[in-house]
Design a protein around this ligand. Structure first.
Ligand code: ADP
Length: 323
């Protein structure tokens, strides 16, 4: 059936059932059956007497096949597991990782019914509105260094969105991407490890793309590309570009033996947290002024209460803006 799809995609215009059948060495009835199945999957295929079939291409098609079509990565996004509906893509990918799936495997969902952020906070991920996906990585990295991947993913998504939309999103250290001060993207990295050994890492990325409206409690804090620009975007294109940017940065990280140093200036350029007053929510909650980011990707803050300099690890804390 997908071979029929490929032929129609290549042709772009009309092609008779007979011609399609000849190319694949199947009967016209078999071609018709395949077309019916493709339609059931949501592909729009026109059928005109004496002309044949024509595939109507539009960007709303979002599935495993479409995402892999034109994907320029070597490893990241290979293979793709696509779910129409699932609880969380991080959860699905964790199962796949435990079954031995290779590095680069991704899980993508049209809709997540139990999406979550850090500390189990809920993440809204309704159908048709955003890119909800997770990437499986198996780097030789110490568990204590693994939060670098969150920073790297933030940078990759930021670059990808800039390239694809022309907008200028910014990173709120460590794991959120904001547009005009509101949350556009959430990133949740989870790892499976022992004391000194990381078995695998899962980087979950949620991007609000074509969301028109958020539920009551989120309206003031969340935004989407559509809300900020009045335009809709192809989730497939955005997803592909995120994967490509991520792969480039990940390769670079591996070559740099997992050092964050080569990324520091790029990250800082996009990071809005520096020079802001922040509330650090960790083992202890305190107010501080964010001063810098270290070569290891940690946040340097000056505490308001003691005036002392402190280094904050991304794995442990949430940062809230304001006093
Ligand atoms: P933080 O990084 O701010 O600590 P999390 O990464 O834990 O936050 O993300 C969960 C929070 O994100 C929720 O508590 C909610 O406020 C917000 N949120 C949930 N769904 C969305 C969404 N689709 N877009 C933007 N923000 C969301």
């Amino acid at each position: 059936m997908y071979r029929i799809l490929e032929i129609l995609r290549r042709e772009q215009g009309f092609l008779s059932g007979e011609d399609v059948g000849k190319q694949l060495d199947i009967s016209r009835a078999a071609v018709w059956k395949g077309i019916k199945k493709l339609r059931e999957e949501g592909y729009e295929i026109e059928a005109v007497t004496n002309k044949g079939y024509r595939l109507i291409l539009h960007d709303t098609m979002y599935n495993e096949k479409e995402i892999s079509q034109g994907l320029l990565t070597k490893k990241i996004g290979r293979p793709i597991y696509f779910y129409k509906e699932t609880d969380t893509t991080n959860g699905r990918l964790r199962d796949l990782a435990l079954e031995g799936s290779p590095e680069g495997t991704i899980a993508v969902a049209e809709q997540m019914t139990a999406g979550r952020g850090r500390r189990g906070r809920p993440w809204e991920a309704p159908a048709g509105t955003g890119v909800w996906m997770s990437i499986l990585l198996r780097p030789s990295i110490l568990p204590s260094e693994a939060s670098i991947l969150t920073l790297l993913a933030g940078l990759a998504v930021c670059q990808a969105l800039e390239e694809d939309t022309g907008m200028n999103p910014q990173i709120k250290w460590p794991n959120d991407i904001l547009l005009n001060g509101k949350k556009l993207v959430g990133i949740l990295t989870e790892m499976h490890c022992e004391m000194q050994e990381t078995h695998f890492l899962i980087v979950g990325i949620g991007i609000n793309v074509n969301t028109t409206e958020f539920p009551e409690g989120l309206r003031d804090v969340a935004t989407s590309l559509y809300i900020e620009s009045g335009r809709t975007f192809s989730r497939k294109n955005i997803l592909q570009r995120v994967l490509l940017n991520f792969e480039k940065l990940y390769d670079e990280l591996m070559k740099a033996h997992c050092s964050f140093k080569p990324f520091l200036s790029r990250y800082k350029e996009k990071c809005i947290t520096i020079h802001q007053d922040v509330k650090v929510l960790g083992k202890e909650t305190f107010y501080a002024h964010a001063q810098d980011i270290t070569e290891d990707g940690e946040l340097v803050v000056i505490r308001k209460d003691t005036g002392k300099r402190e280094v904050v690890f991304s794995g442990e804390v949430s940062i809230r803006g304001g006093k």
